[in-house]
Design a protein around this ligand. Structure first.
Ligand SMILES: Nc1ncnc2c1ncn2[C@@H]1O[C@H](COP(=O)(O)OP(=O)(O)O)[C@@H](O)[C@H]1O
Ligand SMILES: [Mg+2]
Length: 292
């Protein structure tokens, strides 16, 4: 999965397939003619500025939003709502203290009643699945605590556990590192990485900020204002490609394993260093006056 070229995908390993997929709201086309095959265990980063249609893409795969054209399948079947093969980490909100929910209750919300049934035997299986998911994210220590008392990083690990409890073949994550500090960004992204390596779960990871996950990413889908590029980070994260996508001059530099994007204006802010990120996070703005 770390090879520079995506390997051809055999049907049985195909986790996600988008064919000629397009999504429009009224006369506004978010994206069109999107072809993307994601293999089992593949880690795909979905990048692009606000409003590019990243969340909408996940909603299509969740069966919550119909395509305007083309088709989308999960593990060979057309997308549908409530598909147990799909785990979802929605964009994060911090839960206030006072929320009367323990960590393991939050994880249990990921259990699909239809699939698991009712009765004591099923209840035991559900409990075992919740325990297993909690163990996968290393949250045993605080799973019994009220979620409102937990840190952002702990809450996010439990949300990942909630998405894993149904043993998904596809994991959809919507900006799962947002508002986490660097240590927790690393923790959360590496446990998602371990999941796809150990279980062959395909990962679509929406993010503003590729640096924390750069070493994990097999391919990037970069969406900008109706245009997109798909390829390895080395193929997509170049001055040439991003300048074309943003239709303005963008320069991408590599500094100590991080990508630094040089430029000005909204297009660059949309790459992730605008407000909301702490110093030291985000794709760095680089200003020429910083030199010397
Ligand atoms: N159900 C909807 N009806 C109309 N417009 C929508 C709907 N959902 C999203 N949009 C619009 O589509 C655009 C893309 O939204 P979104 O997928 O959330 O972008 P991103 O996640 O990349 O920031 C936004 O302009 C948003 O307002
Ligand atoms: Mg979004």
């Amino acid at each position: 999965m770390t090879s520079s070229q995506p390997t051809p995908v055999v049907e049985a390993e195909l986790a996600v397939r988008l064919s000629g997929a397009g999504l429009a709201f009224g006369d506004r086309t978010l994206w069109n003619d999107l072809d993307l095959d994601v293999a089992a265990g593949e880690f795909v980063a979905v990048l692009g500025p606000n409003g590019a249609g990243k969340t909408s893409l996940l909603k299509v795969l969740l069966g919550q939003l119909p395509l305007s054209s083309g088709s989308a399948t999960i593990a060979g079947s057309p997308v549908r709502a409530g598909n147990a093969h799909v785990g979802y980490v929605p964009q994060q909100r911090t839960l206030d203290s006072g929320v009367p929910l323990r960590g393991r209750d939050l994880v249990g919300l990921g259990v699909d009643g239809h699939r698991w049934g009712t009765g004591l035997r099923h209840w035991k299986r559900r409990r075992a699945a919740v325990d297993d998911a909690i163990a996968q994210v290393g949250a045993e220590r605080y799973a019994g605590a009220p979620v409102g008392d937990l840190s952002g990083g702990e809450q996010q690990r439990l949300r990942v556990a909630q998405a894993l409890v149904g043993d998904p073949r596809v994991l959809l994550c919507d900006e799962p590192l947002l508002s986490l500090d660097l240590a927790n960004q690393h923790l959360v992204s590496s446990l998602i990485d371990r999941r796809r390596r150990d279980h062959g779960t395909a990962v679509l990871f929406v993010t503003h900020e590729i640096n924390p996950i750069l070493p994990l990413v097999d391919r990037v889908l970069y969406l900008v204002d109706g245009q997109f590029r798909i390829g390895t980070p080395a193929e997509v994260m170049t001055s040439e490609v991003l300048s074309e996508l943003y239709r303005t001059e963008v320069e991408v530099l590599e500094m100590r394993g991080r990508l630094v994007v040089v430029g000005t204006g909204d297009a660059i802010d949309a790459l992730g260093s605008a407000g909301g990120l702490r110093p030291g996070e985000g794709v760095h703005h680089h200003h020429p006056e910083d030199d010397e």
